[in-house]
Write a protein that binds this ligand. Structure first.
Ligand SMILES: NC(=O)C1=CN([C@@H]2O[C@H](COP(=O)(O)OP(=O)(O)OC[C@H]3O[C@@H](n4cnc5c(N)ncnc54)[C@H](O)[C@@H]3O)[C@@H](O)[C@H]2O)C=CC1
Ligand SMILES: CC(C)CCC[C@@H](C)[C@H]1CC[C@H]2[C@@H]3[C@H](O)CC4=CC(=O)CC[C@]4(C)[C@H]3CC[C@]12C
Length: 369
């Protein structure tokens, strides 16, 4: 792939390239991959910002398509050297049916793998998730664990189930012969909770805080640590992996890597306040305002209401039994596997990640400042 004749001629495909993470991967590739000659962006919905990318030296091809449609995926993959598969249905709120989540996340991933095999594309990077590991249904803590930490990964919710199945498909496909006879090289990246510019849930919390007169009310004990990673560093990791898979296929093929950086270990809410605080919001309470049993009851009530109202309207609040369990279970990562295997160092320091995220929140309409 990298011989001198082809040095500047790489074709990359990013599925889900218009999503929160996908957009950062796309922009990072354009900045950091000098060998790129064409960047294909495949997504169900194409965003207007793609237009501004089309004026640069790299050919940017926007492809409106659905990963569940094998023929659309095959057409997009044909001739690509590397596929970064970030497209997915990220739904832990019950907006989509379990069948749809499975179809997009599992069948969609299978379609991407088959398209690589059929078209002779050798390098596939899959965006997996920490959710593949946990938190599990028993709520057992995963405290600063790494890729080898033993943990009982038991899931019931459709989203982690689908991510775990899809990740397995990707890893099992490593070594399959692609068209032309060479082996497919795959690996999976497992981000913890991603934050940064474009993060929808952060936006939701910000607007909720504004509605509540600049206050948010603590729901989860400050002692519960939740792993977070800056979107720019997750994107950078994808770009590095995509680049290094070719040179270190024997080491990296079939491997999983947690995505990490120097973001501090904090509870989900305290971490959000790192950005929302400087934008004028305040977190009320050193301890949760409501007892945990009441939150469990409210979450169950929300699930019941969702089910009852489904024929009439979509009721999908942030709080449900699953999100409560995830938010209330310690899950943090401490690893250097990505550094050891492909030389990853975070591109953005914590200070820079924080500043960029704060600036983005401040720029939102209706800033509390
Ligand atoms: N947001 C987070 O904290 C984390 C996300 N992830 C994973 O990262 C990936 C990206 O997630 P986000 O950017 O947060 O989500 P997102 O919803 O912002 O982006 C997903 C993109 O995939 C596209 N997509 C959905 N269904 C599709 C289909 N059938 N065909 C083609 N495109 C489709 C969407 O239009 C969207 O642009 C996902 O695979 C997710 O599982 C993993 C860990 C944490
Ligand atoms: C009011 C509640 C008590 C708090 C609600 C917060 C939740 C909405 C979020 C807490 C943890 C989040 C998840 C976590 O960061 C891991 C994830 C990984 C993914 O791959 C997809 C997103 C998510 C499941 C993320 C979703 C929101 C939370 C559950």
């Amino acid at each position: 792939m990298a011989d001198s004749a082809q040095a500047q001629k790489l074709v990359y495909l990013v599925t889900g390239g218009c999503g929160f993470l996908g957009e950062h991967v796309v922009r990072m590739l354009l900045q950091q991959e000098p060998r790129l000659c064409e960047l294909r962006i495949f997504d169900l919905h194409l965003d207007p910002w793609l237009e501004e990318l089309k004026t640069g030296p790299v050919q940017v091809t926007a492809i409106q398509g659905d990963v569940t449609q094998a023929h659309e995926v095959a057409a997009a993959v044909a001739g690509a050297h590397v596929v970064i598969h970030t497209a997915g249905l990220v739904d832990v709120f019950g907006r989509a049916s379990p069948e749809t989540i499975h179809e997009v996340n599992v069948q969609g991933t299978q379609n991407v793998i088959e398209a690589c095999v059929q078209s002779g594309t050798r390098f596939l990077v899959y965006t997996s998730s920490m959710e593949v590991v946990g938190p599990n249904v028993k709520g057992q803590p995963f405290y600063r664990g790494n890729e080898n930490t033993p943990y009982e990964a038991a899931h019931r919710h459709p989203y982690p189930c689908s991510k775990a199945l899809a990740e397995r498909l990707v890893l099992e496909a490593n070594g399959r012969k692609v068209r032309g006879g060479l082996p497919l090289v795959t690996c999976a990246l497992r981000p913890t909770g991603i934050y940064g510019e474009g993060h929808q849930i952060m936006r939701d919390f910000y607007h909720q805080g504004l509605r509540l007169g600049g206050r948010l009310f603590r729901a989860i004990p400050a002692s519960v640590e939740h792993g977070r990673v800056y979107v720019g560093n997750v994107a950078w990791m994808h770009v590095l992996v995509a680049r290094e898979l070719e040179h270190r296929a024997a080491l990296m093929g079939g491997q999983v890597y947690f995505c990490y950086d120097n973001s501090p270990y904090k509870s989900y809410e305290d971490f959000n306040m790192e950005f929302l605080g400087p934008c004028g919001l305040r977190l009320v309470g050193a301890r949760p305002l409501l007892p945990y049993w009441l939150l469990v009851l409210l979450a169950a009530l929300n699930a019941l209401l969702q089910w009852l109202l489904r024929p009439l309207l979509l009721y999908a609040p942030l709080l449900n039994p699953y999100t409560l369990a995830v938010a209330n279970t310690t899950f943090t990562v401490s690893t250097d596997k990505a550094q050891r295997h492909f030389g990853y160092e975070p591109l953005f320091s914590w200070e820079e990640s924080r500043t960029r995220t704060i600036r983005w929140v401040q720029a939102m309409e209706g800033s509390a400042q």
